[in-house]
Design a protein around this ligand. Structure first.
Ligand SMILES: NC(=O)c1ccc[n+]([C@@H]2O[C@H](COP(=O)([O-])OP(=O)(O)OC[C@H]3O[C@@H](n4cnc5c(N)ncnc54)[C@H](O)[C@@H]3O)[C@@H](O)[C@H]2O)c1
Length: 477
């Protein structure tokens, strides 16, 4: 929040600064998705009149009806803000002209060739350009490569005949929303801000101070862009490392879950990351590519990013191999086996399937001839390669007809004890199944299988010709 006793020396004396100070500024949020709706609601809650803009009629209608389609944004909060008249939504982007502050929160995905796809930002920017008037503050919140705000947005806005730093203001502020996080939301997650000039930075800092407890200002928009990419590259590289440790543990006959858990008892100098079936979501698998793309243009190879991306992208293949090995140990083939994939959202307790590694796991199992079904309490249907899948219920009957359960996402709502008790064979890529309750066979992400108390002990025999010990197929035991 702003400190009235220490006024910011960089804060320009202008109408907008006054309107921010007396809370009469109007706030426009372009893109009412995971990021934009949460931001809009946080400011509306503080009494700022917010107008959300989206090209998706359905989202606009939902907001205006006081409903939320984002799990982290409570429907009651949206309804209260709409009722109080502080939150409204529209598809009419011409109304951006009425706004004092505009945040751009549109997607920044990758193209088919895995380069930054900036077409959404470009379209949003066109709408801003058409509505631009003196005194507005424009903030890009979509994740992008270092330099974009200054190199692309500033000249485009200035083409409208308005000077950034005196007529209008321009800043970058990365979004840090963590879907499913019960502890940290918009208000109590510190916000990093960088302006293309000192006045823009100061005015953006003052604006965010309305709704966010701590605003951390950096020296430039490019620095703020780089902060976001460091944060997400840090996660990607560390997850890549622990995933590679899982592959190493498999060769060594060790269970990576046990190793990470024990290492995490060190009270300093170690931070635990969980291995799993690969990266997912709209951020961690994609954002580092924005950085490596930019650096390629500067004749530099971002080696950590490339290595982590490769390791993480190969994890679904590894899970598929683990399923094949687990079935093979029971003298079964992937082809023709019924496989139940638990969880298709990219992480625990969210409904987002973007870039979810479970999709790649399913694709590989289907290609190998398995009869695949999935269960996910947050995702009713899922289309993979033009094929529609519908979520099934995790019942004792379903588990009884399943040859192998694959845990891809550890949603809290799954009946883990039932899975442990009824599933014949489990490949657990999330270390979610209670081991002491497993009745049959569990294959953790790495290392040897865990046999439940009722699992038939594998019988072995000796080949009289080669003297080699072999395992008797289950059907023959
Ligand atoms: N989702 C996250 O957890 C998260 C976290 C941090 C940062 N980010 C970043 O924030 C940005 C937005 O991500 P998101 O997850 O909110 O995306 P999203 O897909 O959930 O929402 C984007 C919204 O923008 C709308 N939109 C697209 N083009 C538009 C246009 N021209 N005009 C108006 N509306 C338009 C879409 O209809 C959609 O509702 C991305 O750059 C992302 O990398 C996302």
């Amino acid at each position: 929040m702003q400190d009235a006793t220490h006024p910011d020396p960089h804060l320009p004396a202008c109408d907008l600064a006054d309107r921010i100070a007396d809370r009469t500024c109007r706030y426009g949020v372009i893109g009412l998705g995971y990021v934009g709706l949460a931001l809009a609601e946080a400011f509306a809650r503080r009494g700022i009149r917010v107008l959300g803009f989206d090209i998706d009629d359905a989202k606009v209608s939902e907001v205006n009806a006081g409903r939320s389609y984002i799990p982290d944004v409570q429907a009651g909060d949206v309804a209260a803000a709409v009722e109080a008249g502080t939150l409204e939504a529209t598809t009419d982007l011409r109304r951006l002209a009425e706004m004092d502050v505009i945040s751009i929160c549109v997607p920044t995905p990758l193209s088919k060739s895995r380069d930054p796809d900036l077409s959404y930002v470009d379209a949003a920017l066109k709408s801003v350009e058409r509505a631009l008037r003196p005194g507005q503050l424009i903030i890009l919140e979509s994740t992008t490569y270092p330099g974009m705000t200054q190199e692309v947005l500033e000249p485009r806005l200035q083409r409208q005949g308005l000077k950034v730093g005196s007529d209008i203001w321009l800043a970058f502020s990365p979004e840090r929303v963590d879907p499913g996080n019960q502890r940290f939301g918009v208000a109590n997650t510190p916000k990093v801000v960088g302006g293309v000039d000192a006045g823009s930075a100061a005015i953006a800092t003052a604006f965010y101070g309305i709704a966010i407890e701590h605003v951390h200002r950096v020296s430039s928009a490019a620095a703020a862009e780089m902060v976001k990419l460091l944060e997400n590259t840090f996660r990607s590289v560390n997850i890549g490392l622990v995933n590679e440790v899982a592959l190493m543990c498999d060769r060594l006959g060790l269970d990576v879950g046990e190793i990470v858990e024990a290492a995490a008892t060190k009270p300093y100098g170690f931070m635990a990351f969980e291995p799993g079936p690969g990266l997912g979501g709209h951020c961690i698998p994609l954002d580092p590519i924005y950085l490596s793309w930019k650096l390629r243009r500067l004749d530099y190879t971002a080696r950590f990013i490339e290595l982590a991306t490769e390791i993480n992208a190969n994890m679904p293949r590894y899970v598929g191999e683990r399923v094949a090995a687990a079935l093979n140990a029971q003298s079964r083939a992937v082809r023709g086996s019924r496989i139940l994939v638990l969880g298709v959202a990219y992480k625990r307790d969210v409904d987002d399937t973007r870039e979810s590694p479970a999709i790649e796991v399913i694709r590989r199992l289907v290609e190998a001839g398995a009869d695949v079904v999935y269960a996910d309490p947050y995702v009713e249907t899922l289309t993979i390669d033009d094929r529609l899948f519908a979520s099934v219920a995790v019942t004792a009957e379903e588990l009884a007809v399943t040859d192998c359960v694959v845990v891809a996402t550890d949603h809290g709502a799954f009946p883990w004890s039932d899975v442990a008790r009824h599933a014949r064979l489990i490949v657990d890529a999330r270390d979610a199944v209670p081991r002491d309750e497993v009745r049959h066979v569990l294959w953790p992400l790495s290392g040897p299988a865990v046999l439940g108390p009722q699992a038939p002990a594998p019988q072995t025999g000796t080949d009289p010709q080669t003297d080699r010990v072999f395992q008797v197929p289950r059907e023959n035991q």
